[in-house]
Design a protein around this ligand. Structure first.
Ligand code: UD1
Ligand code: CA
Length: 454
């Protein structure tokens, strides 16, 4: 029997106080809905139906996944009404799993467990015990510990409010049953909504076999309704990532002070100091060391490279045994070969730097090709922009550039050339020769320093 997964994501998320639809708020760098979809895809369902309403176009565009069946819930009359919007796409007698787009910490192992239970039960709901159950629907059980119903926070009396077992919102059943129950629910409750959770009572009354699976790890079912819960979930997610990285052998100076917003692939013996942020897809080779406060975005850093404190690296490829920073900035399309050194306050953009070259201090290198074993003196600038167009600077192997040089691009520097400090280079320079372009030093005799008027 094929498994269909329904994900509810049509609500506005009023409690977020944001223009962005709630399910597009990010958890670990991905919209929370994308996290839920990713998890759902891991158990290989036959189809995924996502119910959207508020901000539907924006959501479809952000998720950009054409394997999804999008179902529109024009007006949001509640979670039961939302589920109903998928019925045209659901054949009878199939297994169906309902997930909420605002519950992103769920693991596919738990989902699998829940669907496995369907072999023995008609309806399986996922619950958890929370120290603070405020806001959640409560699981009401009878004296024999059998689930009776779910009561929403807003409809609960004091007795019910004291129940610590809460509804995750996630349930598994069969499509024909779901359709049958949903057709019977009404909106006579505090929120005047059609609650999906009312299906539980209907199932019990209809003598169906209902089970509540208590989630071992209560964190998994945390729902996000507010910015505070978003931050809480983010921390839990990050801790999970950090634990996984350490389990694979990474040394993290403080697992509570690393943020991975995307995918981070690590070789062996990688060391990461505190407060680094990794965005998008990053790969760090064996023995890479990342100092304090690095921001690394969609980059590859090969084995043995040392990133000192406070570097910002984006869409860059860095070879083996390089040294970067402190305070280096690599902008998109930077490619460093092996053994390159980029020191403090150096910015590199759209440039290739070949092996063994050094740019140690205070430089801007943009639209440039740098040969092997080049030494760029402090304060060197490639003037790549003439106000209208960008031009390239090509520097050969073994070039030595004196400090405070400007290259007015387009310009080429031959292999082995030396450029005198303080030069403004406007024309191509020959191989193996010293070129300088600066005024001769003069000394003025009898010159008087101005004095303050009395
Ligand atoms: C819901 C559950 C509650 C559970 C909690 C878990 C109901 C009635 N209550 O409450 O028992 O403890 O989740 O987090 O189901 N949505 C729609 N269309 C609608 C209304 C909601 O698609 O008309 C979507 C929302 O976008 C959201 C999800 O359903 O992703 C849950 O809705 P929300 O309003 O957040 O329900 P809760 O009050 O959290
Ligand atoms: Ca919610």
């Amino acid at each position: 029997m094929g498994l269909h997964i329904i994900i509810l994501a049509a609500g506005k998320g009023t409690r977020m106080h944001s223009d962005l639809p709630k399910v597009l708020h990010k958890v670990a760098g991905l919209p929370m809905l994308a996290q839920v979809i990713k998890c759902a895809q891991k158990i290989s369902p036959q189809a995924i139906h996502v119910v959207v309403g508020h901000g539907s176009e924006q959501i479809k565009e952000a998720i950009n996944d054409d394997t999804i069946n999008w179902c529109l819930q024009k007006e949001q009359f509640g979670t039961g009404h939302a589920v109903q919007q998928t019925f045209a796409n659901l054949k009878d007698e199939q297994n169906v799993l309902v997930l909420y787009g605002d519950v992103p910490l769920l693991t596919h192992e738990t989902l699998q467990q829940l669907t496995n239970e369907l072999s023995q039960h008609d309806l399986v709901i996922l619950s958890a015990k929370l120290d603070d159950p405020t806001g959640y629907g409560r699981i009401v059980r009878d004296k024999k510990n059998k689930v009776q119903q779910i009561v929403e926070q807003k409809d609960a009396d004091d007795n019910t409010l004291s129940i610590k077992e809460v509804n995750s919102g996630i349930l598994a059943t069969r499509t024909n049953l779901l359709k049958q129950w949903i057709s019977k629910i009404d909106n006579e409750n505090a929120q005047q909504e059609f609650y999906l959770t009312d299906c539980i009572e209907l199932a019990v009354k209809g003598k169906h076999n209902v089970e509540a699976l208590v989630c071992n790890n209560a964190d998994e079912i945390l729902g996000i309704n507010s910015k505070s819960q978003l931050a809480e979930v983010e921390r839990i997610y990050q801790r999970r990532i950090a634990e996984n990285l350490m389990a694979e052998g990474a040394t993290l100076m403080d697992p509570s002070r690393i943020d991975v917003r995307g995918e981070l692939h690590l070789g062996k013996n990688v060391e990461i100091d505190v407060n680094s942020v990794f965005e998008g897809s990053n790969t760090l080779g064996d023995g890479v060391v990342v100092g304090v406060n690095a921001v690394i975005i969609n980059s590859t850093i090969e084995a043995g490279t040392h990133i000192h404190a406070n570097c910002h690296i984006e869409n860059a490829t860095i070879g083996r045994n390089c040294e970067l920073g402190p305070f280096a900035r690599l902008r998109p399309e930077t490619k460093l070969d092996n053994n390159v050194k980029v020191g403090n306050f150096v910015e590199i953009k759209k440039s290739k730097v070949k092996a063994g070259s050094k740019i140690s201090h205070l430089s801007y290198i943009g639209d440039c090709e740098l040969g092997k074993d080049v030494n760029i003196g402090a304060g060197t600038i490639t003037c790549n922009y003439d106000g209208a167009n960008k031009h390239r600077t090509i520097i050969g192997d073994n070039v030595f550039v004196g400090s405070d040089t400007q290259f007015i691009a387009p310009v080429k520097v031959g292999d082995g050339a030396t450029i005198g400090a303080g030069s403004t280079i406007t024309k191509d320079t020959p191989k193996n020769k010293l070129t300088l372009a600066r005024n001769k030093q003069v000394t003025i005799d009898n010159w008087q320093r101005p004095k303050k008027n009395k």
